[in-house]
Design a binder for this molecule. Structure first.
Ligand code: S3P
Length: 436
């Protein structure tokens, strides 16, 4: 089993560019593959999840040249140019890959079967199959609504006006991508704002996506090839935003980070807790806001986290729970039941690990209440094979009395293969055991 060992007492210092945004990278691969002509993607995530998506398109006849790990030239085949793959498409650990491809492939002229690893095979797919079927797709899951997804061709899909029952960018994106294969308008309304990378990128590649009050409406059209620059992943930066905030004496700068407001709920929450985080050099890069983030350690205070901010920080809760465990007083998280359906049940996984490190907390169906402490006790925690749980607990080592050992960390590869080396470079005393 691969484990992280973190010696207590590290201080984070220096400057770093974390890998390319995973969400934007998935969309960049998918949309440039469907574009007319050649596109270049700079700063692609090197994570296994995005590789799985890239492999899926290669097996459907899209050729891609990987100039180095992060610069990719994609030879788009047009909306109707994909070919039937010879085998199942294996999306590994990636819910985004499977759900977005579920939409995109519902309109193809060939059958396809999508599967994933043990964690992905437990995740709910009904949330995408329901609206896709309403658009006329022939899409099946296992009887309990989990993968594999089996999609059969149906010809043209129909339009839809769909109110999302859950605040999910994956569901919204699946519907919009299926919408590339209908002559009718496709409109979605979300119960709370969720990440809008799909809409931004579709517009950037020449597809009409309009906002009409709460409705986001798309009219399909051909995609133009183009160059896409992927910002550094805010969700990867999140671990260091928390790490530098909780480790006294820390000061770091994270460069070129995506700060799309549908992603930066963690900034709002950490600042409300007292964190010292500055945005510098704010700019737009291929339709997405980007900035350098400067973080200095600061004493944090527990707060009541508003349920409204939850979808804007959905992937950052593991890191946020570590910040809460080291804040003065109590932090209450509510309205975050979706965390139970991620790569692991993240409420359970964080509660179990924090308790192991001596934290008093109360777990609820849709969140938890965490009693902050001045330091953690050290000990062994399990990541439940979830990349974000593993990286969050690595940060916990910064304020523990004795070493923190995190088990089952292989899946850090899915989003952030260079995490251990970058964390070490910033000053975390981390060693990876049984790692390649
Ligand atoms: C993602 C959307 C979110 C997020 C996931 C990536 C995306 O999932 O948790 O890591 O790229 O669209 P949900 O849409 O299920 O909330």
């Amino acid at each position: 089993m691969t484990t992280f060992h973190i010696e207590p007492g590290g201080v984070l210092q220096g400057r770093l560019r974390v890998p390319g945004d995973k969400s934007i990278s998935h969309r960049a691969v998918m949309l440039t593959a469907l574009a007319e002509g050649t596109s270049r993607i700079h700063g692609l995530s090197g994570g296994a999840d995005v590789w799985a998506t890239a492999r899926a398109f290669r097996s459907m006849g899209v050729s891609m040249d990987f100039d180095d790990g992060t610069l990719v030239t994609v030879h788009g085949v047009g909306r109707y140019g994909l070919r039937a793959p010879q085998q199942d498409l294996d999306l590994g650990n990636s819910g985004t890959g499977m759900r977005l491809l579920g939409g995109l492939l519902s309109g193809q002229r060939f059958p396809v079967r999508l599967r994933g690893d043990a964690s992905l095979s437990r995740r709910p797919m009904k949330r995408v199959t329901e609206p896709l079927r309403a658009m006329g797709a022939d899409i099946e899951t296992h009887p309990d609504g989990t993968p594999p997804l089996v999609i059969n061709p149906v010809g043209r899909l129909s339009g839809i006006r769909y109110r999302l029952p859950v605040a999910s960018a994956q569901v919204k994106s699946a519907v919009l991508l299926a919408g590339l294969y209908t002559d009718e308008q496709v409109c979605v309304a979300e119960p709370a704002p969720v990440r809008d990378h799909t809409e931004r990128m579709l517009r950037g590649l020449g597809v009409s996506v309009e906002q009409d009050n709460e409705w986001t409406c798309m009219t399909a059209g051909d995609l133009e090839a183009g160059n896409i620059e992927v910002p550094a992943d805010f969700s990867a930066a999140a671990f260091f935003l928390v790490g530098a905030s909780i480790a006294p004496g820390s000061e770091i700068e994270l460069n070129h980070v995506g700060v799309n407001p549908t992603r930066t709920g963690l900034l709002t929450v950490l600042r409300e807790m007292g964190a010292d985080i500055r945005l510098e050099n704010e700019r737009m890069v291929t339709g997405e806001p980007v900035a350098d983030l400067v973080v200095r350690s600061a004493p944090l205070e527990g707060i009541d986290i508003s349920p409204d901010v939850v979808p804007l920080a959905i992937d950052e809760f593991p890191a946020l729970c570590v910040a809460a465990a080291l804040a003065e007083g109590r932090t209450r998280i509510r309205g975050a039941g979706e965390l139970r359906y991620k790569e692991s049940d993240r409420i359970r996984a964080m509660a179990a690990g924090l308790q192991e490190l001596g934290v008093k907390l109360q777990e609820t169906d849709d969140g938890m209440t965490i009693e902050g402490r001045s330091e953690l006790s050290g000990g062994t925690v399990d990541s439940f094979t979830d990349h974000r749980i593993a990286m969050a607990f690595a940060m916990a080592g910064l304020r523990a009395r004795t070493p923190v050992i995190v088990g089952n960390v292989d899946n850090v590869e899915t989003s952030y293969p260079s995490f251990a080396s970058q964390a070490l470079k910033l000053g975390l005393s981390l060693s990876c055991h049984s790692c390649e």
